[in-house]
Design a protein around this ligand. Structure first.
Ligand SMILES: Cc1cc2nc3c(=O)[nH]c(=O)nc-3n(C[C@H](O)[C@H](O)[C@H](O)COP(=O)(O)OP(=O)(O)OC[C@H]3O[C@@H](n4cnc5c(N)ncnc54)[C@H](O)[C@@H]3O)c2cc1C
Length: 535
């Protein structure tokens, strides 16, 4: 990963993404949907077009090998991948660029950089792959700091130890998804944590945001895959025992999981691994009625079958992801394992589907075979390429964003139409015309699903962020009104703060503030994330 030059204007590395020719089918589709003739395309910024203010911080001699004021790197570290960040990129608005970027080589460098930031009163913003979609890495830290330093862990990218007996590995936090799996492959082991951002996100970022990965049931969040962690804080280093389980008081690791760089910098973790799966069973099942599909999903999850994949796409998600025509909702169902054939589990899951009117898709009868074929394969391709689409859409003046939540089954069938209607109304109010809102389940629990919504609308250049805010704020308000979570796995960042503040109890906010004060007395770590800046 370190040998690729990251884009500062979009997803991935230089040379990757949709070309104008690739975008033509999308342009034709959206022109039809929004009733326009076509789209003009704004050019992506070039680095030499952007003037950055001179760094406010001077690099000390002792950290010359670690800190950089390189123009390109400052651009790369200004934004994550949220919609409004993309709009600011296109407006060439890099006013909050970090003054410096740190590339620590080992834990002692992390300690030294944090000590120096504390001394000079600089904000310190941990940076993994920069794939945050909630403003988690953007150095908008207010006036109270002498400057801002983005701390990128990409040089700490090794699998340090593998314990075959316990099936676990000790891995540095800056390891990107592909690097991590490449280093485990010779050991015939796998972490199997595949967020959609897998290629350009890191172990440390996953832990810091409690990311949701490949497993749609059982091991949904990364939390359950962690044995122990090391975290550097300005007050010292947290180091936990490696344990398969523990009842010794509140879990210290759980305090740092999801701390989003506000309590410390995770430098490494022992994580639980899997044997590489050799048995698979995959099907796609069609449901005329979305709620019938949801009831089948509930039955499967309450039967203790634990499929690795149980993604229920509503009709519009099927249609606009190019999976199929959209006449039916589709359930992408998959079991995997390394120990025993899984067809009996699939057979029982298909009984649950047929109890609710589900029909195995003729095209999708892939048996034990390939989840890359048929409708499931088309959905998978759209999923993998999804990261690149946003920058191309914004360049055409289109609004596109996703948000996700979790809610208990008893509320789901009333909540879902309320959310679809709210987003549809807000899109019309914001843009003056109808948009698209679609939904899929990313993860499923016996007591409720994690629905993931995508909305798209025709924006007005110069007003894209304002229009987006109208839609996103309406959705976020509704989530909290229903006591659904503001995020199932995308994290809080700077963007979800107002709703996170309403979701957590005042008592918990007090406890978190006290923890922050104890670990980061100068308030330098990721100011504005989870808590207000201390200064
Ligand atoms: C196309 C796309 C698809 C996505 N799909 C998923 C998905 O399927 N599941 C999911 O959960 N999320 C998804 N996300 C969101 C994002 O990828 C996750 O939040 C991911 O965990 C962030 O990892 P990262 O390494 O990029 O961290 P960054 O974006 O660099 O950082 C995220 C947050 O963690 C902090 N941080 C980073 N590294 C450390 C560290 N070592 N110690 C302490 N704090 C740290 C940062 O300060 C920031 O607050 C997606 C994003 C995109 C753009």
């Amino acid at each position: 990963m370190t040998d690729k030059k990251r884009k500062f204007w979009g997803w991935g590395s230089v040379g990757e993404g949709f070309s104008d020719a690739d975008m033509r089918p999308y342009e034709a589709e959206y022109a039809g949907i929004f009733g326009v003739d076509g789209f003009t395309v704004d050019p992506f910024p070039r680095s030499e077009e952007i003037d950055l203010a001179a760094p406010r911080l001077a690099v000390p001699k002792s950290l010359e090998a670690v800190l950089s004021a390189d123009h390109w790197e400052r651009l790369v570290h200004t934004f994550g991948r949220a919609f409004h960040e993309q709009v600011r990129i296109m407006a060439r608005d890099f006013r909050n660029a970090p003054d410096l970027v740190a590339f620590p080589r080992h834990e002692q460098d992390v300690i030294d950089v944090l000590d120096w930031c504390t001394r000079v009163k600089a904000a310190a913003i941990p940076f993994g792959g920069g794939s945050s979609v909630v403003g988690g890495v953007h150095p908008d830290v207010g006036e109270g700091y002498a400057g801002a330093v983005s701390i990128d862990l990409r040089r700490m990218n090794k699998v340090l130890e593998v314990d075959h007996t316990s099936r676990a590995a000790r891995i540095q936090a800056g390891t990107y998804g592909p690097e991590l799996e490449d280093q485990l492959r010779p050991h015939k082991l796998t972490f199997r944590h595949y967020p959609q951002s897998f290629q350009y996100s890191t172990l440390g970022g996953w832990l810091a945001t409690r990311s949701g990965g490949h497993f749609a049931t059982l091991y949904t969040h990364i939390d359950d895959l962690v044995e122990s962690m090391r975290v550097v804080t300005p007050a010292g280093v947290h180091d936990s025992f490696r344990l398969p389980g523990s009842g010794a008081g509140p879990s210290p690791d759980r305090m740092f999981l999801g701390s989003e760089g506000a309590l410390g910098i995770i430098t490494e973790a022992w994580v639980r691994l899997q044997d590489r799966p050799t048995f698979r069973a995959n099907r796609t099942v069609e449901f005329k009625d979305y709620f019938a599909g949801a009831r089948a999903v509930r039955a499967i999850s309450q039967a203790g079958l634990y499929p690795a994949n149980i993604r229920l796409l509503n009709h519009d998600e099927v249609k606009y992801s190019g999976t199929a025509s959209g006449e039916a909702a589709i359930l992408v169902l998959g079991f995997e394992g390394a120990d025993h054939p899984l067809e009996p589990w699939m057979a029982r899951a298909l009984e649950c589907c047929s109890d609710h009117g589900g029909v195995v898709s003729a095209e999708g009868d892939e048996g034990a075979g390939d989840p890359r074929a048929g409708a499931a394969g088309r959905w998978r391709n759209a999923f993998i390429m999804g990261g690149y689409l946003r920058e191309a859409m914004v360049a055409r003046g289109l609004i596109t964003e996703t948000f996700e939540t979790a809610i208990t089954w008893d509320k789901f069938e009333a909540f879902y139409p309320a959310m679809i209607e709210t987003v549809a109304n807000a899109t019309r109010a914001a843009t003056g015309r109808a948009g698209i809102v679609s939904c899929r389940f990313t993860h499923v629990y016996p007591d409720g699903p994690a629905p993931y919504f995508t909305f798209r609308g025709l924006g007005t250049r110069g007003r894209l962020s304002e229009q987006y805010d109208i839609i996103k704020n309406a959705a976020a308000d509704l989530l909290i009104d229903w006591r659904a979570t503001i995020t199932h796995h995308h994290a809080v960042g700077r963007d979800h703060r107002p709703w996170y503040d309403r979701q957590r109890s005042p008592v918990f906010a007090k406890a978190l503030t006290a923890a922050k004060r104890a670990l980061d007395p100068a308030g330098i770590l990721n100011p504005g994330v989870l808590l207000d800046p201390a200064r």
